[in-house]
Each structure stands twice: as structure tokens, then as C-alpha cells.
Design a protein around this ligand. Structure first.
Ligand code: PLP
Length: 438
């Protein structure tokens, strides 16, 4: 682990450790050299499988994905832009992957741009669209207003914030306490100056699925000073594969995706750009991806992304039902366990990610809970971000109006293909032990 990252973690973990009996950071790093898929019960000395409940952070590659990628890392290593045979083989694989992804999201292949992940896709969408405004319309003050929700992923928030330096006006729409962006709240901030709105499809920390179609329609109805009209971008990183998502049905002009959230490799994503969406490349060079994203394409990763998506969609309906049942069971078990545990947002099953459960534990900090759960063999994440050495509540939870003290005790359980019903009593028992002794 880089020294700086280690230092940062130390500043957070050490104060937590002082109040508990957790091992030091050095000891934890050593522990991590052991097989992390196993955990050892210190009482019985028996080894168990670890329970990984952080699938919204990342997922293991699905069986079959690595095998599909392998030839393009070894024998078929050609540059997809070369004219000779090796290039043709690589290009066919790349374009095949693009077609699979395009078909899955309801786009045409030329509307899909491969990126290095969701973060780059978000940055490219915001910067590439707003760059058109700057370049084409220069100092004209019309159409320099950007809107995003206050609980966007930092990839969107930071991209939008950075546009302020270039003279753009930025408005953040606040979600309500139910975890949704309401139409009237967007309506209230849209103006004829607005050029771009960005609202994510599925919220990564609380799991609410936003009314993107309605928000996009509302956005498109605005009479804009911009010749392009008001455009709508959605970060669909947490939606792809987990719920049905189609760019045409969603009515969006741009959308971002990432492979590693759905059993694909890390370091690959895609940006959907509707044919009419004005865009200026942010990464320039050899003009790959029809001039929208230069750089030699990662063929193996693109193939892995397409394979993971294909496999995910084959089982989507089944997994949606299975995970929603497990989520509800886990919610019921945790709520009945201790009065200090409550849901971060109410769960409306028709508008919630099937595998995501966000709770808060009153009076405890998520850092402490995460480390104790880790010791019990369970991987979950919290809602807190580490910032300047102190625990800060998540911007998502404060945006929905949760109090700081409650937000500090946030836990996110994100279930995945390996999660089974048998995991739930183990999680419950571990949390019970922590709450009773922690
Ligand atoms: N957007 C959302 C909603 C996410 O959850 C994530 C990942 O955490 C990203 C963007 C960033 O994706 P990537 O890790 O591929 O850069």
C-alpha cells in the first residue's frame, strides 16, 4: 500500500482503535497477506469463507470473463487500429464488445465510447459537453448553467465544480429525505440558461432509483438559450445490469457505465453519447473511438466488460428477485436486532436497487463497525469518507437531510451473486456481538 494511503488510514483507524481492541494498522496489513477469502474463528479455530457484502464497491470477475479476455492478453495481442491481420482480429473483438454493450443499453454501436471506467465516463460527459459551449459560443453568457443532484458520485460533483472556474454557474438540487430527486425541485432550478443536467440513475450509497425518464423529459421541455437545448446526463454505473436500463427509454443524451460493478474487469467503462449530443474529446491523441477518446483501446478489458454484461443480463430477472428477497430479509433481521439500527431511507421495492441495504447505527461510528465486522469475516462499507484525518459524514446522507451524528454510523450492505440466505444470520450475530460489546 502506498505510504500516503497508509498514513491516511492510520489517522482514521488509530483513534478508532484507541477505544476498541482492534489490531494495529501494521498488524492488519500483515493479516491481509493471508487468504482474504477465509476467516478464522478465534474461539473454535475453524476456518470459514469470508462474507463479501460490498458489491457496490466492486465485484469479483464472473466465471467465464477471464477466459474470454485471455486471448487478447496473449495470442491475439494486436493493436485494434492496425491494418494487418493482428489488428483485424483485435478490432473485430473490440467492435463485437461494443455491439454487445450497445445492444444491451439500447444504443447504436457508434454511440458507445470505451473509457477507463465510470469516473472517466462521468468526467468526459461533463467536460466534453460543456467544452462545446466554451469553444463554440465563447464568451456568450447564454447557456452557462449546470445542474446536478447534491448526492452525485464525486466523479460528477468534482467535474461540475471544476467548471465553475471557467465561468459556469452551478446549482445542486437537493434530494428529499426519501432519497429521491423530486421533479418540482428540478423544475424550480431549471432556467433558460441551463445547458446540462446530471442526475444519477441508481444512488450508490442508499440504493434509490431516480425517476430519470421524468427528470430527463422535464429537462428537455425547457426553452433554452442554447442551440443544443438542455442536455441530460445520467451516471448509470450502479444501475447497469442490476436493474433494466435502456438509454432510449431513459430519454438521456449521455450516460456513464463501469464494468467492475457487474463482474467485469476494473479499468474499463463506457460513455453513451447520443448521436446528436455535442461533445469535444477530453483525451486527445491518435483519434481512436471516432475521435472522442484517444489512446490504444484495451481490447481484453472491453471483451471482459461485454462478457460480464451478457452473463449478468442472462440472470438479471432471477438475481433481481433473489437479491431483493435477501435484502428484505437482512433488513428485517437487523431492524429486529437493536433499536439503534434504522434504515437510512425507506425501501420502496419498485424504486430501490435489489441488492442494496443502507442502515445507520445510532451512537456508533461506521469506521469502528466496519473494522469489527471485518474481524468477524464480513466486508461492508460505511457512509463516511476520510477527509483531513477526521471522519466526515457522507455527502449523500447529509444531502438527504440525515443528522451528522446519525450519518456517522452508516453501513452499506451490497449483496451480490455469492450472497446466500445462510450469510444473513452470520451477519446478524456478528453485529449483535459488536453492539453488545463494542
Ligand atoms: N459512479 C458511481 C455511481 C459509482 O458508484 C462509481 C464507483 O464507485 C463510479 C461512478 C466510478 O466508477 P469507476 O470505479 O469505474 O471509476
Amino acid at each position: 500500500m502506498p505510504v500516503l494511503a497508509n498514513k491516511l488510514i492510520l489517522t482514521v483507524i488509530e483513534p478508532v482503535r484507541a477505544f476498541t481492541s482492534l489490531p494495529s494498522v501494521e498488524a492488519r496489513n500483515l493479516m491481509c497477506h493471508h487468504d482474504i477469502r477465509k476467516r478464522k474463528d478465534t474461539m473454535t479455530n475453524l476456518e470459514y469463507r469470508r462474507i463479501y457484502l460490498d458489491n457496490a464497491a466492486t465485484t469479483p470477475m464472473m466465471p467465464g470473463v477471464l477466459a474470454a479476455m485471455e486471448p487478447y492478453l496473449t495470442s491475439d495481442y494486436g493493436n485494434a487500429n492496425a491494418l494487418y491481420r493482428e489488428g483485424v482480429i483485435a478490432r473485430q473483438a473490440l467492435e463485437g464488445a461494443r455491439e454487445t454493450i450497445a445492444e444491451a443499453i439500447g444504443a447504436s454501436p457508434t454511440e458507445v465510447v470505451f473509457t477507463s471506467g465510470g469516473t472517466e465516463a462521468d468526467n468526459a460527459a461533463i467536460n466534453g459537453i460543456t467544452a462545446v459551449m466554451r469553444q463554440k459560443y465563447g464568451r456568450i453568457k447564454a447557456g452557462n448553467h449546470l445542474i446536478c443532484s447534491a448526492f452525485e458520485h464525486h466523479a460528477v460533483l468534482e467535474s461540475i465544480k471544476s467548471r465553475k472556474q471557467d465561468g459556469f454557474l452551478v446549482t445542486q438540487v437537493k434530494p428529499r429525505r426519501d432519497g429521491f430527486i423530486h421533479l418540482q425541485d428540478l423544475q424550480a432550478v431549471l432556467t433558460e440558461q441551463t445547458m446540462l443536467v446530471s442526475v444519477m440513475t441508481a444512488q450508490n450509497e442508499i440504493g434509490t432509483v431516480q425517476p430519470v425518464r421524468e427528470l430527463a423529459d422535464l429537462t428537455h421541455q425547457v426553452k433554452s438559450l442554447n442551440p443544443t437545448g438542455v442536455l441530460f446526463h445520467t451516471d448509470a454505473v450502479q444501475a447497469l445490469g442490476k436493474i433494466p436500463f435502456n438509454v432510449r427509454e431513459a430519454g438521456v443524451d449521455a450516460a456513464s457505465f463501469s464494468a467492475h460493478k457487474i463482474g467485469g474487469p476494473k479499468g474499463i467503462g463506457a460513455l453513451y453519447l447520443c448521436r446528436q449530443t455535442p461533445f469535444i474529446a477530453q483525451i486527445r491523441g491518435g483519434g481512436q473511438e471516432l475521435g472522442r477518446r484517444s489512446g490504444t483501446q484495451n481490447v481484453a478489458a472491453a471483451v471482459g466488460f461485454a462478457k460480464a454484461l451478457e452473463l449478468t443480463l442472462e440472470r438479471q430477472q432471477h438475481e433481481m428477485n433473489r437479491l431483493a428477497q435477501l435484502r428484505d430479509l437482512l433488513a428485517a433481521e437487523l431492524l429486529s436486532l437493536d433499536r439503534r439500527i434504522s434504515l437510512s431511507v425507506p425501501i420502496d421495492p419498485t424504486r430501490h436497487l435489489p441488492g442494496l441495504l443502507a442502515v445507520t447505527v445510532q451512537g456508533l461510528e461506521s469506521g469502528t463497525l466496519i473494522l469489527h465486522l471485518d474481524d468477524a469475516g464480513i466486508a461492508v462499507s460505511g457512509g463516511s469518507a476520510c477527509s483531513t484525518g477526521s471522519l466526515q459524514p457522507s455527502h449523500v446522507l447529509t444531502a438527504i437531510g440525515m443528522s451528522r451524528s446519525l450519518a456517522l454510523g452508516a453501513l452499506r450492505f451490497s449483496l451480490g451473486s455469492a450472497t446466500t440466505e445462510a450469510d444473513i444470520p452470520i451477519v446478524k450475530a456478528a453485529l449483535a456481538r459488536i453492539l453488545n460489546h463494542g
